[in-house]
Design a protein around this ligand. Structure first.
Ligand code: KG4
Ligand code: ZN
Length: 354
């Protein structure tokens, strides 16, 4: 029997097997990550090698540099994962990997590594969508959390409201028509001279500022569940450039705070609107911007007011990691989804509802 015949048979068995141990690989951007996750909920090991320090000096992720560093680090990350978990590769039931969305060159390193491992171990290869992984971060953070729920997906690549009807059944209610909110945080950080990654540095700086700056900006798409962040980004950038041209000191903390408040209110308003529309009692936050403490605070206040239960991932699972990929891969397997053959390749974008 060739590899894929064996993989198909094992995949079918895994749909009902009592315990399923998944080794998961994530390399979509600048984190090289490998995890071991049991039954979608229990993280045995979660190793992440971050390239932040390398990309900082360029002010953002340089795709070619990211790919090269994934290649350099990935076997060490696997060794760390195995040592931390105490299991051996023979215990692994399936290998899962992020195949998109992300930087194609970076993704290819993880995809090729996972294909090689799956082939050598003769276990199924599971192709996972990165955004679904961000939702999976919640299943390892909240053991009792089950769909259906509404998800606010806020990452560097996505800003969307997703109706999660089941573990593998997603419907997009609204998404950004231009920039993601993460991109907006990163660009505002850059114009304020803050280092990469911008989001966490805006959050830090905003704590010392006041919401007192009026940007030349009107809330876009007021009656829609779609988002638009490019207007806010441009308004802040223009505001800063204007002051710089006049040689006026830039009140960085106040700008960070005023910008963050506008971005957060935009997210909170539409999220509450979507909850009402769906009559949803459960809200789940997913993606890197979900680490923002002001967003969590405002959403939690709004949820409390409206009788909605709110869930957010533990901070270590909020930004990119492989444990979240291993979690959702388990639910893919249970639903008979995601089995890939050895022609699997990387793609830059994936539909959330695919
Ligand atoms: O989900 P993620 O780690 O990667 C993608 O899938 O894109 O999200 C990265 C984004 C970046 O734009 C980063 O600046 C933002 O999440 N981010 C934050 C915070 N932590 C990360 N934005 C605001 N506040 C934070 N604390
Ligand atoms: Zn991500």
């Amino acid at each position: 029997m060739d590899y894929f015949e064996i993989a198909k048979q094992k995949f079918d068995n895994l749909r009902t097997k009592k315990d399923v141990l998944i080794l998961s690989v994530e390399s979509s951007c600048d984190e090289t990550a490998i995890a071991l996750v049991k039954n979608g909920r229990q993280v045995l090991a979660n190793a992440v090698s971050s390239q932040i320090e390398i990309h900082k000096k360029f002010g953002g992720v340089v795709p070619e540099v990211a790919s090269r560093n994934h290649i350099k680090n990935i076997t060490t990350v696997l060794d760390e994962t195995l040592t931390e978990s105490g299991v051996t590769l023979d215990d692994v039931d399936a290998v899962a990997v992020t195949y998109g969305a992300g930087l194609v060159g970076a993704l290819l390193v993880g995809v090729n590594f996972a294909k090689t491992l799956a082939y050598a171990l003769k276990v199924p290869l599971i192709a996972v969508s990165h955004v679904h992984g961000h939702i999976g971060a919640n299943y390892i953070s909240h053991q009792d959390l089950e769909p259906p729920f509404l998800c606010l997906m806020v990452s560097g690549g996505h800003t969307a409201l997703v109706d999660v009807r089941d573990y593998c059944d997603f419907s997009v209610l609204g998404s950004t028509v231009d920039d993601s909110v993460g991109e907006c945080f990163d660009k505002v950080a850059r114009v304020l001279g803050l280092s990469y990654p911008g989001g966490p540095n805006i959050e830090k700086l905003a704590k010392n500022g006041k919401k007192c700056i009026k940007f030349n900006y009107h809330t876009p798409l007021p009656n829609s569940l779609n988002f638009s962040f490019s207007g806010l980004k441009t308004a802040v950038v223009n505001y800063v450039h204007n002051l710089q041209q006049k040689n006026v000191q830039v009140p960085k903390a106040d700008i960070a705070c005023s910008f963050q408040e506008l971005a957060v209110e935009e997210l909170v308003g539409k999220t509450m609107h979507a909850c009402q529309k769906l009559n949803s009692q459960k809200l789940v936050i997913a993606g890197g911007v979900g680490a923002n403490s002001r967003l969590r605070e405002r959403l939690s206040q709004a949820c409390e007011k409206n009788g909605i239960q709110m869930f957010a991932p533990n901070l270590r699972y909020c930004t990119d990691n492989a444990a979240m990929i291993g979690s959702i891969a388990y639910f893919y397997i249970r639903a008979g989804k995601g089995l890939a053959d050895l022609t699997l390749t990387a793609v830059p974008t994936v539909r959330i509802d695919a």
